[in-house]
Design a protein around this ligand. Sequence first.
Ligand SMILES: NC(=O)c1ccc[n+]([C@@H]2O[C@H](COP(=O)([O-])OP(=O)(O)OC[C@H]3O[C@@H](n4cnc5c(N)ncnc54)[C@H](O)[C@@H]3O)[C@@H](O)[C@H]2O)c1
Length: 416
Amino acid sequence: MGISSVVVVGLGYIGLPTAAILASNGIDVIGVDVDPRTVDAVNRGVVPFVEPDLSTYVAAAIERGTLRATTEPEPADAFIVAVPTPFKGNHEPDLSYIESAARALAPHLRDDALVILESTSPPGATEQMARWITEVRPDLGYDGRTGPRIHVAHCPERVLPGRVMHELVTNDRIVGGLTHEAALRAQELYAVFCEGQILLTNAVTAEMAKLVENSYRDVNIAFANELSIIAKNLGIDIWELISLANHHPRVNILQPGPGVGGHCIAVDPWFIVDAEPEASRLIRTAREVNDAKPGWVIDQVHEMLQDSEAPTVALLGIAFKPDIDDLRESPALRIAKTLSGEYASGRILAVEPHIDALPTELSDSHNIELVSLDTALAASDATVVLVDHTAFRIEADQIRENSAKFVDTRGLVSKR
Ligand SMILES: NC(=O)c1ccc[n+]([C@@H]2O[C@H](COP(=O)([O-])OP(=O)(O)OC[C@H]3O[C@@H](n4cnc5c(N)ncnc54)[C@H](O)[C@@H]3O)[C@@H](O)[C@H]2O)c1
């Protein structure tokens, strides 16, 4: 077929790198986002979030004219949908972003166009997207029938924030088509920049592959988090325990933490639970164990501070994992917010070297401040390590020496 133009819908952490890498490989890319600030930033060659090397790619593609951004889709050979897929209050997947993207791009589809859903999706979402498209465009088929048609596939993304530009090229990709021809077309598009294997399957298997990858991580983290509570109750050093057990040649226990954050591992397992509630008991329990961990950390802080009513508490790290600025679903947010309410006369000193300002959900609290590590250590009565950023690892000795009391959820200063 030959794909020379691609519309990427959703210019966030996933869509913008994908748009930029395609544009840097000679494809004519139109990036679409409902947020005019994002569109404006991209058109100025500016990346509205932190991702190493991405701004170099975006600025170069804008300069060369292979990438431009707009708020409305336009006709193209292929469309990639990379919009959010959060869950609703009851942990049901919220497909409304996919629906509005599908309805917005549908009028611009030509016969033989390729439409790829990259958003992490529950089983059946790719076919549902195709149905939404054909509600707007009943002239197009997607199930392999002859006549005017589109090719619809799911290609989940598994890049690691902080290494996206590298992993987009090197990771293996799973491409699941609603038809085999759709999978082949999608494979052709990803082969433009992907040097890893491109593995073909059907759409629902591709959807589940992404969900089970993240559930695998979640279940294993839950095991480590549960062990950390058991070890504390038994008076055992969790870091030593895991290190010793991991000397077994076939054991590799992960490191515990304050909970699980990010909008992948903390969200995606619920899509499986929602689809198969009776059969997914372990997956649900892992989610519950990980969601309960911030509450346990808060209990540890209470125990450490005993009757102190107005303590100054340093919280090291607000991001959901080390060395990034992403705060989405971060357990640290809940811990900070709860401690701020409970110690309303005290001070919560948040140290997060990757952000310049606190998110509103924290800055709304009268007693949470964003401060430097030095300021926090000098002023605090107790330290709670929530993220083991490299910046903190470098200062581990200083943190240990300056903290009379600490709760160390990441083994930053406790690990021998
Ligand atoms: N961030 C990651 O590390 C990661 C990894 C793998 C998969 N994913 C999945 O990729 C998808 C996108 O995630 P993200 O992190 O890029 O999200 P994001 O919030 O960073 O970006 C989504 C973008 O889509 C835009 N948008 C929303 N509705 C739109 C619409 N109808 N039309 C056009 N634009 C619209 C938003 O304004 C935003 O800029 C999600 O399903 C996510 O689960 C993310």
